[in-house]
Design a protein around this ligand. Sequence first.
Ligand SMILES: Cc1cc2nc3c(=O)[nH]c(=O)nc-3n(C[C@H](O)[C@H](O)[C@H](O)COP(=O)(O)O)c2cc1C
Length: 468
Amino acid sequence: MSRPVPVCLEDLSAAAASLLPADVWGYVAGGAGDESTVHLNTEALRAIRLVPRVLADVSRRSTRGELLRDSCALPVAIAPMAYQKLLHPDGENAMARAAKRAGVPFVLPMLSSVALEEVAAVGGALWLQLYWLRDRGQTRELIQRAEAAGVGALMLTADMPVMGRRLRDLRCGFSLPDHIHAANFGAEQNAAARERHEGNSAIAGHTALTFDPSLNWSDVEWLRAQTSLPLVVKGILHPQDATRAAEVGADAVVVSNHGGRQLDRSVAGTAVLPRVRDAVGDRCTVLFDGGIRSGSDILCALALGADAVLVGRPALWALAVGAEEAVAEALELLRAELDTAMAITGCRTVGDARALTVLGPLPCQYQVSTAAPAVIPPPTAASSTRSPRSKGRSSCAACSVSGIDAATVLPSRGAVKTTLARSIPARSANVSISLVLAWWRTNRPMSSSRSPHSSSTSPVSLSSTESA
Ligand SMILES: Cc1cc2nc3c(=O)[nH]c(=O)nc-3n(C[C@H](O)[C@H](O)[C@H](O)COP(=O)(O)O)c2cc1C
């Protein structure tokens, strides 16, 4: 029976949900705790608005670019997602073939249900994702296997010292069926992932046994020393962690909250992406994931400072619906949507997207106590120097998006003193300040703009005292 032609990626979601067993759908769709972060990711992206530029002669345009030494047809890679045979018997092989057809890298999860060498034989750009194993010898062995198989980059997932509490998996006692296993590992290591107990997730049990929660920056340095392959650190949300990753030699960071699967009160990546971009400047490639569902989402992520995005769940929906063919179609949809959005916003190249003006609601404010150092300090004069990549941005792109550069909330018995320091293009300062104040008074989301066409910035501070 022929399947309906999807005209957007969301069409695939409903189709996949109707095809998959309830526990597998729960494993794919679910997230940590109340899943508020899962929803926040898509909502936060949709709240980002672009200001189109016109009369830019977009008759010739290209979505092509280069990503960690690989040339790609669009600024997209397929995110690492474990156990893809749960979705379709061809699993990671189908995903790799579709990625190859679309000309984008496929990030093979360490917990793939097809062995790395078999997937590498498909050809195309293949990167390998790593979790931090308790057995370092096993990690070394995996790296050697990856190098021998022609893998193009290693991606260390840093945001899973322990697995988030995924309630759907706990409720159904999620475990792997007998025919699916982590194909890069032996039978013994796989046993825990099959032990079904009500109220427990077997994959969480497996994670607790095999992943090492002591993972820290010296381990990243160790990993860096093991290989000359490009190294990507995934799961970065704090600009200081991004800076540290660049310092220890990472070639790229992924701004990601693991698709809301780890911390149910995590910030959305969109709220911190501009800060991460500014923190690493040109030292690192910046990737973004979490909620990418359309070409316009990709364009928003680029405008916020990303070089490229990872596509997560939609690739799994497509895999479930129609294996290689459907994943290739989904990637083609993304390409067509991105191309259309680029044309309408006056972008001829992916690079042009970075100069787009972005409007958005206020993202998170950073809360600190009087005693503690600021979680994210406001940019200093030194950190506000512009890199070629951030050329045309204000000194901190996040504040231009958000209207707020840093907010310091100082609890003091019954009163909360709030200090907002803001750095905005001089020309729009007055308008933007009124907008910030308007928001602050009404507590409604507001819009403010940063203009890539303004060349100067002027820091402005606002203070107010409110009752707690
Ligand atoms: C079913 C599933 C399995 C995943 N497995 C992994 C994994 O093995 N390693 C990893 O780093 N991230 C994993 N992720 C997270 C994705 O790489 C990515 O960060 C996330 O899916 C992005 O959010 P989105 O799918 O909502 O766009 C997984 C996500 C899903 C949905």
